[in-house]
Write a protein that binds this ligand. Structure first.
Ligand code: UD1
Length: 460
């Protein structure tokens, strides 16, 4: 297991390119596989979740070719297996999207139920009810969802609460169903709009994505298309907080300002200067100077579906607020997502959690400690805390961070941080920028079945 050794106290300065949105790309990959022929997705982040989805789709007979640094070619014409593999599906909740794909294309799907994880229970009951409403017979057997529907039929579906995954899955299924499906109380996240854009480019008829009512008129078949994924608003938010906690001044490149208005407002409230300085550039400038006791103001935040404050930035935000000048209250309304605060406490943070609420009393200093990333965003939070902590923090569980951040240490070091990746024996493994990883790929051929390898930070 790799670790990150972070020596804190360095101010982040410079420009940081933001990748395409991992969560969007996961949905886009499955959407592309609905089509007959080779679709192209650009702006694909080179991270572990994308690699996992690639593995799953290939097991189903989909051709997936990664063309470094950031392009995927996906061809679903040969999709022929209706049973999804257990191991990779278990690792990642988004892999349940293949249920919608398989039902739409093959009329049956056997997909392992996503297991529990560090975020607590994460059910898929809304997905299953949606498939049933579309006419599928759904059963749970031996840990698998088994669903069958020779023909899916469009209908109106009210989704109990705003759910990204359910909306993605039902849009997939409804696109090839007979008749019209109306999704009410649909998720409004930018990733949903991105998926609808690709679907429509493939010949689907989807209207209303980005509002809470989405209307999908089924078509008999979808053709290939080309699409560029939206920027990753969560990665952008993570770097904003990294700059904020170190008193840094950075420019986020290739971002979509409209997609992270709530985090921007909250950080501004805390005293961080954030401005749009170009069509896709955002300046983040922080007044923090711990040695002079210049700290951010505390803020109260509640997570909510888009356009509210994203749950995926709750952990990084709490890390930032541990050094604020006062007490912040952070309420988590989406997932059970506070277990990581024990790790922050090991670094000297004062965070008390009661049910869904964290009370964060700002302290003057954090100190480096051995800590463990328990999930992807908890890992990001520990990196943020470590950047401002005195001395060295050793973060284990880096593989979880790699699920959603392409070469985090390379990007941070380019901004002046001191982050070293070491292997399980403690030997340094150099940070590899995506471009050199790309050139290390032997067969970037477009038509081959090249797999997307897991990021290998030790590659030169
Ligand atoms: C997606 C994101 C994840 C983000 C989350 C909320 C991807 C790959 N992942 O996850 O990063 O944190 O949205 O913005 O895009 N729920 C049920 N039953 C269901 C489905 C959901 O009870 O069948 C509940 C969940 O437990 C949660 C809430 O609904 O409390 C929202 O979950 P959902 O939006 O579905 O999250 P994901 O799609 O899994």
């Amino acid at each position: 297991m790799a670790r990150l050794l972070v020596t804190g106290g360095k101010r982040l300065v410079g420009e940081v390119p933001i990748n395409g949105a991992k969560n969007s790309v996961l949905a886009l990959m499955v959407t592309a596989a609905l089509g007959q022929g080779e679709s192209v997705i650009d702006n694909v982040p080179y991270d572990r979740d994308v690699a996992t989805m690639s593995t799953i789709l290939k097991e189903l007979g989909v051709r997936v070719a990664f063309e470094p640094p950031h392009r995927l070619r996906i061809d679903g014409s040969q999709l022929n297996r209706s049973t999804a593999p257990y191991e990779p599906v278990r690792q990642m909740r988004a892999s349940f999207y293949v249920a919608g794909l398989l039902l739409a294309r093959l009329g049956k799907a056997e997909v392992p139920l996503p297991g529990g994880c560090q975020l607590g229970s994460r059910p898929v009951d809304f997905h299953l009810r949606g498939f049933e409403a579309l006419g599928a017979k759904v059963q749970i057997e031996h840990g698998f969802m088994k669903a069958e529907a020779p023909r899916l039929r469009g209908t109106s579906i009210f989704i109990n609460r705003s759910s990204v995954g359910t909306t993605v899955n039902l849009m997939l299924a409804a696109s090839l169903a007979d008749g019209v499906t109306v999704l009410e109380n649909a998720a409004k996240e930018p990733e949903i709009v991105d998926q609808a854009i690709l679907l429509n480019q493939m010949g689907a008829r989807v209207r209303g994505a980005g509002t809470d009512v989405i209307r999908i008129e089924g078509v008999p078949q979808l053709h290939p298309a080309e699409h560029t994924a939206i920027p990753d608003r969560i990665e952008a938010g993570t770097y904003m907080m990294a700059a904020a906690i170190t008193g840094g001044r950075i420019v986020l490149e290739d971002v979509e300002w409209e997609h992270f208005r709530t985090p921007v407002v909250k950080l501004q409230e805390a005293g961080v200067r954030i401005e749009r300085v170009g069509p896709t550039q955002v300046l983040v400038e922080s007044p923090v100077n711990l040695s002079r006791d210049v700290r951010l103001r505390p803020v109260d935040v509640e997570t909510a579906p888009y356009p509210g404050f994203p749950t995926d930035l709750q952990q990084p935000l709490v890390a930032l607020l541990t050094l604020a000048d006062g007490t912040s209250v952070v309420r988590e309304t989406i997932f059970d997502r506070f277990r990581y605060v024990d790790e922050l406490r090991r670094m000297g943070a004062d965070v008390r959690v009661e049910r869904d609420t964290a009370v964060v009393r700002g302290v003057r200093r954090l100190t480096g400690a051995p800590v463990e990333a328990m999930d992807l965003r908890a890992g990001a939070a520990l990196v943020i805390a470590a950047l401002a902590a005195e001395g060295q923090t050793r973060i284990s569980g880096v593989e979880l961070i790699d699920r959603g951040y392409e070469h985090i240490e390379a990007k941070l070091n380019a901004l002046g941080a001191d982050v070293v990746r070491v292997d399980d024996e403690g030997a340094p493994a150099s940070a590899t920028p995506p471009a050199s990883l790309a050139s290390a790929q032997s067969e970037p051929s477009m038509s081959t079945n090249t797999s997307l390898p897991a990021p290998n930070p030790s590659q030169a």
